[in-house]
Design a protein. Structure first.
Length: 194
């Protein structure tokens, strides 16, 4: 084995790029490979999906699911009616709004309503796509009181309007805050500390 002479101070390591070399491309993803989960319902999920399909009927635009949670996408103008049917249907009994959230897909805002039946321990998800330039969907706060807070939060962060909600005062942001920081287009890099 031959001994290498010590490197002088300020000398670049042997594997360092030389002047004129193209910069090394950074990897798109570091870490374990990304695996997209398949939408496969288990037996319980299939049973719940059949109940959901019966309740939603022709209002379903698209459907799917994973494990024991089926989902269905409906048009925005049909959401309130579909949500009410899910709540009141004797088989589904979705008496709890577990969560309501928004996802910014840039070209659209998707509202997601996670419903839960305390009586029969079943979960379903309702999805609604809204145009990014004017996101608006009727409130469901008259069906589930918790929706009032979720809708105020969603309005603060994503600018979604919920006609029929009696209290749309800011929940997270102060009155007069400009913009919607949940949107991908919100300029977080313009933050200045004062």
């Amino acid at each position: 084995m031959t001994e290498q002479p010590p490197k002088g101070e300020g000398e670049a390591p042997a594997d360092a790029p030389k002047e004129g070399d193209a910069p090394a491309a950074t990897p798109a993803h570091r870490g374990p490979p990304i695996v997209i989960a398949e939408e496969i319902l288990n037996e319980r999920g299939e049973t719940t999906a059949l109940l959901l399909a019966k309740t939603v009927g022709a209002d379903a635009v698209e459907s799917g699911g994973r494990d024991d949670i089926p989902w269905v996408r409906v048009e925005a103008d049909r959401l309130h009616d579909v949500a009410e049917r899910c709540r009141d249907d004797a088989d589904l009994r979705m008496h709890m709004l577990h969560c309501e959230l928004a996802v910014d897909w840039v070209e659209r805002i998707q509202m997601i309503y996670a419903l839960y039946s305390v009586a029969n321990h079943r979960r379903v998800v309702l999805r609604v796509d809204l145009p990014a330039d004017k996101p608006e969907v009727a409130t469901v706060s008259d069906l589930w009181i918790a929706a009032g807070w979720y809708e105020r939060e969603t309005h603060d962060l994503f600018g979604v309007e919920f006609p029929g909600n009696p209290d749309m005062s800011p929940l997270l942001l102060y009155e007069g805050f400009e913009g919607h920081p949940g949107l991908k287009s919100y300029p977080l890099n313009d933050y200045e500390e004062w």
